[in-house]
Design a protein around this ligand. Structure first.
Ligand code: HEM
Length: 356
């Protein structure tokens, strides 16, 4: 149900048709509390807006091209190599935490390869990512927002420092476009977002997929016995275990949508996870059906701001599932998965398993 809080400042949409309509409607401006002067502009009420027309087209064009299905397919072998190395390590120990030992390092190593940056300590980067997430939470405190900006700033500085030395095709193209259109600062902001979005969401998706299968052995057995279901299973897992719970928009003008009358400046959260479980769109929504078709889930958003990294995210999740499927029958949860407290991410923070 669509609900509004007593104050008109924050509202929520969670029915599929309303969320879908809002994603495609340019009167809802992307809410980027951390964008600062990079992409957003400040309104008289102090809020920050990032209108779609202000998006740096030359940079986005390059990112889209380098993250297309065809480009991403070229790193499939590297993803397999990293995934098997990490899994082998767990197998030889007889146990692993699927988050810390697999879901965390794989996407980060892929992103560092793509951007051509030196490996840095994963823990350090993940604590900066955690600060960024905290600053984007619904109703984040000013303190969290401040820490998030500091975290983002230190990643941007690190990126700006290494940008010139990077030999990766993606970064070479970004560097050239940034120089040609004087967008150096925007380039380091977008690379920060790429590193953050590319590492955290995929980490959570991989962890959620694996935990889901271990928590529902009948689904794991079905996938193990019928690997041809893998592609449609990935879509169903995105629908039911997609890592992005909600995304924010700023209402650009007074308007109505669903049951809501919204004033300009209201922050509107689009609950992708609830829309993906709307019984009016997905019959028997809580049932996981690896053959569900059609499956028009909104896990990657929609329209102009649809996720740029969706091919990469699917490639990484597919790679991990393919590598782990043969081991699933002898994998067991060593304890219940632990959950993070984020309001915007569906994140399991620890998924300990034993191989027997
Ligand atoms: C399962 C993993 C992922 C999920 C569920 C996911 C989800 C999303 C969603 C819902 C949006 C739309 C945000 C909005 O409209 O406000 C988005 C945008 C974005 N995603 Fe992802 N994402 C994932 C992985 C990735 C990866 C691997 C990358 C980078 C390689 C990435 C980079 C981005 C970027 C740069 C945007 C901003 C797009 C724009 O504003 O044009 N994402 N993602």
């Amino acid at each position: 149900m669509a609900t509004a809080e007593p104050s008109p400042k924050i509202a929520h949409l969670d029915r599929y048709p309303d969320v879908r309509a809002a994603l495609l409607d340019e009167r809802f401006v992307i809410y980027k509390p951390l964008a600062g002067s990079m992409e957003a502009h400040s309104e008289p009420d102090g809020s920050q807006r990032a209108p779609r027309s202000h998006r740096p087209a030359p940079l986005l064009h390059i990112l889209t091209e380098h993250l297309s299905g065809t480009s991403v397919a070229e790193i499939a072998a590297r993803a397999r190599e990293i995934a098997s190395g990490l899994i082998e390590r767990g197998l030889s120990r007889g146990e692993m935490d699927l988050v810390a030992d697999l879901a965390c390092p794989l996407p980060l190593m892929i992103m560092q390869d793509l951007l051509g940056f030196p490996q840095i300590e994963i823990e350090k980067l993940h604590s900066l990512f955690a600060a960024i997430t905290a600053g984007q939470e619904m109703e984040a405190s000013d303190h969290s927002l401040h820490l998030a900006r500091l975290a983002q700033f230190s990643i941007m500085r690190w990126i700006a420092k290494h940008m010139d030395a990077s030999q990766s095709p993606l970064m070479t193209a970004v560097r050239r476009a940034a120089k040609e259109s004087s967008m150096e600062q925007a380039a380091s902001y977008w690379c920060t977002m790429l590193l953050y979005a590319g590492s955290t969401t995929t980490r959570d998706f991989i962890a959620n997929c694996l935990a889901r299968l271990l928590e529902h052995p009948e689904e794991a057995t079905l996938l193990h016995n019928t690997p041809a279901l893998l592609e449609s299973a990935l879509e169903e897992l995105l629908r039911i275990e997609g890592p992005v719970r909600a995304i924010g928009r700023v209402v650009g003008e007074d308007l109505s949508i669903g049951d809501l009358q919204l004033r300009r400046g209201t922050i509107l959260y689009l609950h992708l996870d609830k829309a993906n479980r709307d019984p009016a769109r997905f019959p028997d929504p809580e049932r996981v059906d690896f053959s569900r078709r059609p499956n028009p889930h909104l896990a990657f958003g929609l329209g102009v701001t649809r996720c740029l990294g969706l091919h990469l995210a699917k490639l990484e999740a597919r790679t991990v599932l393919t590598a782990l499927l043969p081991h699933l029958p002898r994998m067991k949860l060593a304890a219940a998965s632990q959950w993070g407290s984020s309001t915007i991410l569906r994140e399991r923070t620890c998924v300990p398993v034993r191989f027997f």
